[in-house]
Write a protein that binds this ligand. Structure first.
Ligand code: NAP
Length: 315
């Protein structure tokens, strides 16, 4: 298995415009805000940054790139994605084209983990990815939002070419455990692949900050997804807080510690300095098996399904 940090940081909540931080999260981050978050992450030893060309149509990558340029490249692990839906249908090299544009925005010659964002035309891109691995333009390949069968398919093609699938990035939180239920976590463990758990905090719904009297920012897509279920989540966030009290940790930190206890790398969206500091501290919290069971029972009892509109039903 690759030697990744315990926690990865994500920048979907940065940038603006289509699928950007303003529309999805209701955020308006300044350059100074992002600079402070990035510097705090470096200080806390968190150096793996995830983004995607599609987040704010390049604006998340561009914002991250401004910061990447200020630090030695070898100190950072950069993770970005090929999104089939925005590929140039007329190009004979759609993956290389999208990668090239990402590298320019990020101010880098290579990407450490390059992901296929979703299984549209599953395994159709693997041949081109193999060429990019051979040239060194990408160091590792990962797949996101893929089912177990789809993961196996891509890994098998890579293995035949002398490479391997390095990582899987799927939605995985207390409220959404499809990757565990369908055997993806076990497969990753058995095959030495890292599993990056995204939306561990359900975009803030499991942070304890939001409740019916303090809903998510009006007009954002996260508000549309979560505000209606906030009353149902109260018992779960209370349980997170109660366990947090025994560890001197916050609600959000216990949700992160749960994902760590399940053997995953939590990929946390960070927009404030305390987000990265909390995440780094959460890596030190060891939850007991009893605490994990209590949290999972409380999560199941909510009856809330948080599968994203972009996610397939996992079978
Ligand atoms: N591959 C995919 O299809 C896919 C899909 C989704 C996400 N991702 C990746 O995963 C990353 C994380 O997902 P996400 O950002 O959507 O959701 P998330 O990590 O579940 O939630 C992030 C939000 O939670 C709040 N938060 C973070 N740390 C906190 C703390 N310590 N205390 C209290 N609140 C805290 C912040 O919101 P507020 O402070 O504004 O409340 C933050 O914007 C993304 O940035 C992206 O890199 C990938």
């Amino acid at each position: 298995m690759d030697n990744f940090p315990a926690i990865a940081l994500g920048t979907w909540s940065w940038g603006s415009g289509f699928a950007g931080g303003d529309q999805v999260f209701g955020n308006h981050l300044s350059a100074a805000d992002m600079q402070a978050v990035f510097a705090a992450a470096i200080k806390a030893g968190l150096n793996l940054w995830d983004t995607a060309a599609v987040y704010g149509m390049g604006t998340s990558e561009a914002a991250l790139g401004e910061l990447v340029r200020q630090y030695p490249r070898e100190d950072l692990i950069l993770s970005t994605k090929f999104t089939p839906q925005i590929a140039d249908a007329h190009s004979s090299t759609p993956v290389a084209d999208m990668l090239e544009a990402s590298c320019e925005r990020l101010g880098t010659e290579h990407i450490d983990i390059y992901w296929v964002h979703n299984p549209t035309r599953v395994n159709q891109w693997t041949g081109e990815l193999i060429g990019l691995l051979e040239s060194g333009r990408i160091k590792r390949v990962g797949v996101s939002n893929h089912s177990l069968e789809q993961i196996r398919q891509v890994n098998s093609t890579l293995t035949e070419a002398g490479f391997r699938l390095s990582a899987v990035q799927n939605h995985y939180s207390l409220l959404y455990r499809a990757s565990e239920d369908t055997g993806i976590l076990d497969y990753c463990r058995e095959n030495g692949m890292a599993f990056f758990a995204y939306m561990v905090l359900e975009q803030g719904a499991l942070s304890g900050r939001y409740h019916p009297q303090n809903p998510m920012p009006e007009g954002s897509s996260r508000a549309a997804s979560y505000n209606k279920v906030l009353p149902q989540l109260q018992n779960l966030t209370d349980a997170l807080q109660a366990i947090g009290n025994t560890h001197g940790a916050s609600t959000a930190q216990i949700a992160i510690a749960w994902a760590l206890a399940k053997g995953t790398i939590p990929l946390i969206g960070a927009t404030k300095v305390h987000h990265v500091e909390d995440a780094a501290q959460a890596a030190k919290v060891r939850l007991s098996a009893a605490a994990v069971s209590t949290l999972e029972a409380a999560a199941t009892a909510t009856g809330v399904d948080t599968r994203g509109s972009w996610e397939q039903v996992m079978e």
